[in-house]
Design a protein around this ligand. Structure first.
Ligand code: PPS
Length: 570
């Protein structure tokens, strides 16, 4: 193996001096502005601080073509990932080539200016196929490319004014030059970087420690806190977990720094990209594991990339990149010896223990044991705090049915029963309460009913997010709107749809408020069930009949359902 030593000289940044920045900021206020998307802010930060060295701005068309086709900039330098400024057609048309524009963050702060030298409409299908391997929306970056990114790309050099502002974990964020200076100060001439977007468990701690020992290098835990794969554990929780694991390494040889990268989940190309970024951050070695930066399954249910494609591609380019790969040792826990060992060194008859990601989530959800051999108790503690068992999470019970079907009465009874049990706070969003407090200006057109239900859904999702119980009881006649509310709530907790299935005949016979009579006489228009539609729910979690069943029993059926779903525990 070649001995890599680190050249820790500063690398070029795109920032102007402090004084020039103050001046430029004032001048830039007169420029046409582009409001950066969250991904573009991540990209811009790494462009400006040298993390994306040798890029000097968002890619020009010639650079883009080279990167897409053969992973090289127009001047031949290796660069595997398009870093492009996507904008809308309208914005693109308003710009003249050669013009300077201001790049602003989401609060309007000017972070940089860019001289627009290039403007083109990319062939997104080609980009998807060449860069990500397939034009398949199941790939998060392809989905982003087609459904989020603007139609037109602008390219040109960037002049950096200030770093994007971060309020969280400020002390843990370092620019490439800050890390280089730190390594220089400590005399760390060999540093192996570990890229991660997941909480670290014991297996990761073992493999990173082993990798550092083998390379006789210091270790940089370098987690991504920009954008990762949708559905990942949020970075706030992860960083607290990393901080707990950091204590398990020898302090004098290991450090951690947070990287505000927007990942693309592009497997092999992404591994090379990650290597170049770590090289810029002063590292000499980089750990590449099985299925590095894997995007999951494609729409046919198959893997986008082979499990070792990333290692192969990295190996092909590592000399040119001047950073050496340490291939991931897949570590497993061997029960007989109560320790982690590389899977390929374990004899066939040994008992190997494992807990998959799915099994871990199940145990968190059900509040079951997570053994010490799998993860450090501090890490498990943080995860349990973030993902309490279902019986401690918020949820929403959403009643739907005709006017007078008994929704409010059952919802009230349910609320009282839940309050008797205690624990989570309960909020009742009854149709009448909502129409008085949130939707007093709305009528009963389809548009207004949808608005009304969306508002209820928003409030219920906030209550659910914050660990409370929301009970909603509107008519909610439209299935599509109910589905939208379900999706909003299910980001945070369970959504329990209860169809109060009282027939329209029975509701009209009861006519508790005298409204059906008025509706029949045409004095109330658009009355649900009489002169307006109601989509009967196809698959509610529960359907209750009210005609021969009393209210207490109906509410009790809901309680039993909640118990069955694990939402209330003994
Ligand atoms: S919706 O469709 O979900 O927005 O309706 P909702 O907010 O639940 O309001 C229903 C209550 O408003 C009274 N009301 C009407 N209902 C249906 N159609 C028309 N045109 C209408 N006009 C007034 C009625 O009392 C409903 O009360 P509930 O509690 O459902 O009996």
């Amino acid at each position: 193996t070649k001995i890599v030593q680190n050249n820790l000289a500063p690398i070029p940044e795109l920032y102007v001096s402090y004084d020039s920045a103050q001046k430029l900021k004032v001048e830039a206020a007169d420029l046409v502005s582009h409001d950066l998307t969250p991904r573009q802010i991540c990209d811009l930060e790494l462009l400006m601080n040298g993390g994306f060295n040798p890029l000097k701005g968002f890619l020009s068309e010639a650079d883009y073509d080279g990167v897409v086709e053969n992973m090289r900039l127009a001047n031949g330098s290796l660069w595997p990932m398009p870093v492009t400024l996507d904008v809308s057609e309208t914005f693109a048309e308003s710009i003249e080539l050669g013009q300077d524009i201001a790049l602003r963050d989401q609060e309007g702060v000017i972070l940089a200016t860019m001289t627009v030298t290039d403007r083109w409409t990319p062939d997104k299908k080609r980009e998807a196929e060449k860069v990500f391997g397939a034009d398949d929306d199941a790939h998060p970056a392809v989905n982003y490319l087609h459904n989020t990114a603007g139609k037109v790309y602008l390219g040109g050099p960037v002049t950096g004014i200030q770093q994007p502002v971060h309020y969280d974990f400020r002390g843990r964020r370092d620019t490439p030059n800050e890390l280089r200076a730190y390594f220089r100060k400590l005399g760390w001439r060999k540093v192996v970087a570990f890229q991660t977007r997941n909480p670290l468990h014991r297996a990761h701690q073992e493999l990173t420690f082993r990798a550092a020992k083998e390379a006789q290098a210091n270790l940089l835990i370098h987690p991504v806190v920009g954008l990762t794969k949708p559905g990942d554990v949020d970075h706030f929780t992860r960083v607290r977990c990393y901080e707990a694991v950091l204590d398990k390494y020898p302090g004098s040889t290991t450090t951690m720094s947070l990287l505000n990268l927007a990942m693309r989940m592009a497997g092999p190309r992404e591994a090379v990209w990650h290597g170049l970024i770590r090289k810029n951050h002063g590292c000499t070695h980089f750990i590449v594991g099985r299925d590095h930066a894997g995007p999951g399954k494609n729409s046919q249910g198959e893997d986008f990339y082979g499990p070792y494609d990333a290692q192969e591609m990295f190996r092909e380019y590592q000399d040119e990149m001047d950073i050496e790969m340490v291939d991931f040792k897949h570590m497993v826990f061997v029960q007989e010896r109560a320790q982690y060992e590389p899977a390929d060194e374990v004899e066939d008859d040994a008992t190997v223990l494992n807990i998959s990601g799915t099994e871990l989530r199940r145990r968190l959800r059900e509040g079951l044991e997570i053994p010490e051999w799998f993860s450090f108790s501090e890490v498990v503690g943080e995860l349990r705090r973030r993902y309490p068992p279902r019986s401690n999470q918020g949820f929403t019970v959403f009643f739907t049915g005709f006017s007078g079907s008994g929704k409010s009465t059952i919802a009230n009874a349910l609320m009282v029963k839940l309050m008797e049990m205690g624990g989570r706070p309960v909020t009742l969003l009854d149709g009448d309460i909502v129409r008085k407090n949130l939707s007093s200006e709305l009528g009963f057109s389809k548009e207004h009913r949808d608005l009304n239900i969306r508002r209820i859904g928003y409030v219920a999702s906030e209550i659910t997010k914050n660990g409370g119980i929301a009970i909603c009881a509107p008519i909610a006649p439209y299935a599509t709107t109910r589905r939208a509310v379900r999706e909003e709530v299910e980001q945070y907790g369970a959504f329990v749809e209860v169809h109060v299935a009282t027939s329209i005949e029975e509701c009209e016979r009861r006519d508790r408020k005298g409204l059906y009579k008025l509706a029949r006489e045409g004095k109330i228009k658009e009355f649900t069930g009489i002169s307006d539609p109601y989509d009967v729910p196809d698959h509610p979690e529960l359907r209750v009949e009210t005609e021969n069943v009393d209210v207490d029993n109906c509410a009790h059926q809901v309680i039993l359902k909640l118990e069955q779903m694990g939402l209330i525990a003994g």
